[in-house]
Ligand binder design. Structure first.
Ligand code: ADP
Ligand code: GLC
Length: 477
């Protein structure tokens, strides 16, 4: 196996900083790739959390003026991850969520913040760090989308480039004037084969246009985004580039998500000890103030509260949840309106509906271990990770038949699926689940088949390794 060197570029990396599944993927993939002969280093911004956790990192470059203030490039490692950190305090030394202000609006200089990240990625691609000259630069989502653009417009020998789409809904759109302050040629902003996007510029579009290969996080989503609706404005471009676009399913880190060793759950269990889940169910009910009823089907939800996730449909389906005697354990944060509506539902039905608004890693694990079913009613879902965790924890997934949900859950084998996405179809799926729940043997079989599903990165990382090798070989030829 020829070793391959890859620089990954990501704006969030678990366990350092996370707002969603991108961080999980960026944190788990490099470790899984080691077994496939891929040496990956990940470039990320020096947020306060990064700087704290990488306090011992080595400075390898320093600039008095990097995009308007002093900057440094550091190299270090954390929890098995080899990292480059771009420490530019005037861009990244801001607490909390990496993208939005404490009031929840995008930082006004996000364009510059993430252009700066991509600029340094391209420089590392050109050999800025002699000890790590990558064969491939792999950019994740719009925040890294300018990386292939800088490499393209630099017009020098360059490494191969891969652009991965985790979510088509976030495209990094900015006014064309931004081009003047990020060191790309002005013509790139009105080049339809460059950054130009409906009169403005888009970082994601740039990456999709200029990367050698494009991947997304499930085969079904790779198909969906080539339509006008699923492509959200970029369907035409993706149809044109279909020959270099592929879908590789996400896995989960099965050492972080392991019911046999999980420190966050009340009672650890193996796949042969599924009856011990009842202790976790009782602990979950107690923690959330749900009635201590072993016979009630507990529905778990762990989610960002956004239009994508379809959780407004669950509010519409609430008569079924209540009518069938189910309980709801929801953990999420996001849209203020959805947060309020779930909190009022919880107040209206104490003991039956619980809504924890916020981000709570430990509670997410307890919900996976203690709920009977895990619900993901998304309108679109590039891959989705919570249904994979659910399969591993014996919580039966109930999901809409879109994107990666369609690729990872199937009815009647491992869960319940519905489509087209509507509250009526969701209600019908909830009724089917409720019916099946009362047949203990059938339910146990669903759990067992789920537990036997491979949700790890092992094989999926191999698909990335094969892609990197193929791209490297084709560029040498
Ligand atoms: P997305 O990236 O679209 O938000 P995914 O299902 O791919 O959706 O990934 C979400 C990740 O974030 C999962 O690891 C999930 O457990 C976690 N997560 C989402 N919301 C919360 C929350 N409120 N508290 C803790 N973890 C959460
Ligand atoms: C995005 C998607 C989600 C996917 C995750 C990781 O946030 O919304 O479906 O699992 O990225 O790829």
């Amino acid at each position: 196996m020829t070793p391959v060197r890859v620089l990954a570029v990501a704006s969030e990396v678990y366990p350092i900083i996370k707002t969603g599944g991108l961080a999980d993927v960026a944190g788990a993939l490099p470790i899984a790739l080691k077994a496939h002969g891929v040496e990956m280093r990940t470039l990320m911004p020096g947020y306060p959390e990064t700087m704290r956790l990488l306090a011992g990192a080595e400075e390898i470059r320093r600039w008095p003026d990097y995009f308007g203030g002093p900057g440094r490039l550091l190299a270090g490692s954390h929890d098995g991850l080899d990292l480059f950190v771009l420490d530019v305090p005037h861009l990244y030394a801001r607490p909390g969520n990496p993208y939005v202000t404490p009031d929840g609006v995008d930082w006004p200089d996000n364009g510059v913040r993430f252009a700066a990240l991509s600029r340094i990625a391209a420089d590392i691609g050109h050999g800025l760090v002699p000890a790590f000259v990558p064969d491939i630069v792999h950019a994740h989502d719009w925040q890294a989308g300018l990386t292939p653009a800088y490499l393209h417009y630099d017009n020098r020998p360059r490494p191969g480039t891969v652009m991965t789409i985790h979510n088509m809904a976030y495209q990094g759109k900015f006014a064309p004037e931004l081009i003047g302050s990020i060191g790309l040629p002005r013509e790139a902003s009105f080049d339809v084969h460059g950054l130009e996007y409906f009169g403005g510029i888009s970082f994601l579009k740039a990456g999709l246009q200029l990367a050698d290969r494009i991947t997304t996080v499930s085969p079904t989503y790779a198909h969906e985004i080539q339509s006008d609706e699923g492509g959200m404005g970029l369907g035409g471009l993706l149809r044109e580039r279909a020959d270099v676009l592929s879908g590789i399913l996400n896995g989960i880190d099965i050492s972080v998500w392991n019911p046999q060793t999980d420190p966050h759950i009340a009672y650890r269990f193996s796949s042969e000890e599924l009856s011990f889940r009842s202790a976790n169910k009782a602990a979950l009910q107690q923690r959330l103030g749900l009635d201590p009823r072993p016979d009630a089907l507990v529905l778990g939800v762990i989610s960002r509260l956004s239009w994508q996730k379809g959780l407004d449909l669950l509010l519409e389906a609430m008569p079924i949840v209540l009518g069938e005697g189910m309980q709801l354990a929801l953990l999420g944060s996001g849209d203020a309106d959805l947060q309020d509506r779930y909190q009022s539902a919880a107040r209206a039905y104490p003991g039956r509906i619980a809504a924890v608004i916020g981000y709570d890693e430990a509670l997410a694990h307890l919900i996976q271990a203690g709920s009977d079913a895990l619900l993901v009613p998304s309108r679109f879902e590039p891959c989705g990770l919570t249904q994979l965790c659910a399969l591993r924890y014996g919580a039966v997934p109930i999901v809409s038949r879109v994107g990666g949900l369609a690729d990872t859950v199937s009815e009647p084998a491992t869960g319940f699926t519905f489509g087209p996405v509507s509250s009526e179809n969701l209600s019908a799926a909830l009724r089917r689940a409720s019916f099946a729940f009362h047949d203990k043997a059938a339910w146990r079989q669903l759990q067992r088949t789920g537990l036997a599903t491979d949700v790890s990165w092992r094989h999926r990382a191999g698909e990335y390794a094969a892609l990197y090798r193929d791209l490297t070989a084709s560029r040498r030829a």
